[in-house]
Design a protein around this ligand. Structure first.
Ligand code: GLU
Length: 559
């Protein structure tokens, strides 16, 4: 046994399977030509927001576009930052918007797919096998330096005005410990990490090609970075990334820009392990305009709760709206394409790495709302009903009952001003429905007290009663809209109102108002609102009996 092999055995006595074993165990994926393999690899440290959803979406789209594979891996080696139900939250959120992985982790934390387990804490032995391999090859070593010692090294480097600060070269005091020295320290109970022996010298540069950002050149890795942590002997991101993305056969790593500077480190690790370096696509953070300062900033979990997937679900944005908006954020040429192809399906658009925004896509809630309004306006009433019910079952029990108990009525209600060339764009998200439609629901209408009605001043109870009884006398549910309106105009003069607005404007002093005002008075009585959907359609929906009951109810509230 070589000295390094002895050290490796000393450090990892229980690791029996070697690196080769795992490489052979998983083997290579058989892929159709051009197929790419992507993964979404979140850490369960918080909720999924628009930014991480966009990354998952890229993973999904690029894999699907190429007939490849998209899988989900949970990166939970930072135990301190892992939150309760973090994994479940991620899976539920992705599921809700149909970003479905081909392989990965289920809600019960079981891995599905041949390359698992897909939860990193369940892969500890695998990482250790590769760390052991690096130690054997003399490319990694245990480091016993305490925090205080590391601080001292840094101070010394600062004093010496070193261009490079960190654990490297002559400062890396544990780099060349002998087997004996290591054994003595371990026997003495000293704690240690495993460090990778960086392969570059100060001043070395490395070049690589990023699928989004093109060719990039930067300083190579000089510091001996930690690849297994002392407390858990689990890897930080670097080693886990190299091992997992190799064994799981990732071909393109799509990840946030924050990792860009670590590429030299990752490339060295891949090479030291004898792995092929995958392709990288680094995506900038999603931005938004800060309301206070008016300047662009990265979206934040804390400041922008509206960007959380869970809040989008609670608000009831339909999946189609979210997808349309993800495409808008995803490629800078999407909106132009959409204008030219208003009715095309999203899969007709070819997403490309080159058209990913370099500075970060701009999240704009107003734009998102407009996109969503547009999408919902084009849905047939039955679909609006089905989706609204699914939302209500989860988030609004009162409306779940209303929708369930009044299915045909609600579908008719949603059909008002819909399913035509210029549909009404009123619903942005399903949670808008209660405020937009409550007045059409009898149970809610009859809960209103006088204060809830947007009253029009200047008319006595008697006058209103006369208007309503004239209206009812003339109302026939079989009338078309023109006939209906003509009838109102006809009875206007007998009540002191002008049949035509023009007529009224000429001599307003001669009238109580005009036909439009009559309609408004009826509208307020029937709906409580001065603005509502089309009055004719409302009456058609309510039917003659309900119209009468509602008008009577309204009058009963008046003194
Ligand atoms: N766990 C890393 C993160 O959440 C993943 C980065 C990657 O996709 O490689 O930032």
């Amino acid at each position: 046994m070589t000295e390094n092999e002895k050290i490796a055995e000393l450090l990892f006595p229980n690791i029996k399977n070697n690196a080769e074993y795992y490489v052979n165990k998983y083997g290579k994926r058989s892929l159709a030509s051009g197929a790419i393999v992507t993964r979404f690899a979140p850490s369960p440290t918080g909720y999924v927001h628009m930014g991480s959803l966009l990354t998952a979406f890229y993973d999904y789209i690029f894999a699907k576009q190429s007939n490849g594979i998209f899988y989900l891996r949970i990166e939970d080696t930072d135990l301190e930052r892992t939150i309760v139900n973090g994994v479940e939250g991620i899976i539920t959120d992705l599921d809700a918007f149909g970003v479905n992985a081909d392989e990965g982790v289920n809600l019960d934390r079981k891995s599905t797919g041949k390359f698992g387990p897909y939860i990193q804490t369940e892969r500890k032995e695998i990482y250790q096998a590769f760390a052991k391999e690096l130690v054997k090859k003399g490319l990694a070593y245990p480091c016993f330096c305490t925090k205080e010692e590391l601080d001292k090294i840094r101070e010394k480097q600062e004093k010496n005005k070193e261009v490079q600060i960190g654990y490297y070269g002559k400062y890396a005091t544990c780099r060349n410990l002998t087997y004996e020295q290591i054994k003595n320290k371990i026997d003495a109970g000293l704690k240690y990490v495993i460090r990778f022996k960086a392969q570059a010298n100060i001043g070395d540069r490395v070049k690589f090609n990023d699928k989004v950002r093109g060719e990039i050149e930067m300083a190579d890795l000089v510091n001996d970075v930690v690849i297994l942590k002392s407390d858990t002997m689990l890897p930080p991101y670097n080693l886990a990334h190299a091992v997992d993305d190799t064994l799981m056969g990732t071909t393109v790593v799509i990840r946030s820009n924050e990792w860009l500077n670590s590429v030299p480190e990752h490339m060295q690790l891949f090479k030291a392990l004898g792995f092929e370096v995958p392709e990288y696509a680094h995506v900038a953070f999603v931005q938004k305009i800060d309301e206070e300062t008016g300047t662009k900033r990265k979206i934040s979990k804390r400041k922008d709760p509206e960007t959380a997937v869970s809040s989008m679900l609670m608000e009831g944005y339909p999946t189609e709206s979210v997808w349309e908006y993800l495409y808008t954020l995803g490629n800078t040429n999407f909106e132009e394409w959409r204008l030219k192809n208003p009715d095309a399906t999203l899969s007709d658009f070819k997403m490309t790495f080159e058209k990913i925004s370099l500075s970060g896509a701009l999240f704009d809630i107003n734009k998102f709302n407009d996109v969503s309004k547009n999408i919902i306006s084009k849905m047939p009433a039955e679909k609006v009903y089905d989706l609204a019910l699914l939302w209500a079952i989860k988030y609004n029990a009162e409306w779940a009952n209303i929708l369930r108990d009044n299915k045909d009525y609600c579908i008719k209600m949603f059909r008002i001003d819909r399913e035509n060339e210029k549909p009404r764009k009123d619903i942005t998200k399903w949670s808008d429905i209660p405020k937009l439609y409550s007045y059409l629901i009898d149970d809610l209408y009859y809960k209103m007290s006088l204060n809830d009605f947007e009253l029009i001043d200047g008319f006595s109870k008697d006058q209103l009663s006369q208007i309503f009884s004239e209206y009812l006398k003339n109302y026939n549910c079989k009338d078309d809209k023109t006939t209906w309106f003509n009838k109102i105009k006809q009875f206007c003069p007998s009540l002191g109102f002008a049949s035509e607005v023009k007529e009224y404007k000429k001599n307003p002093e001669n009238y109580l108002g005009h036909c439009g005002n009559v309609c408004s008075l009826i509208r307020v009585a029937l709906t409580g609102r001065q603005n509502s959907l089309d009055l004719y359609s409302i009456c058609e929906l309510l039917g003659e009996n309900t119209i009468k009951e509602r008008l009577d109810y309204f009058l009963s509230l008046l003194k």
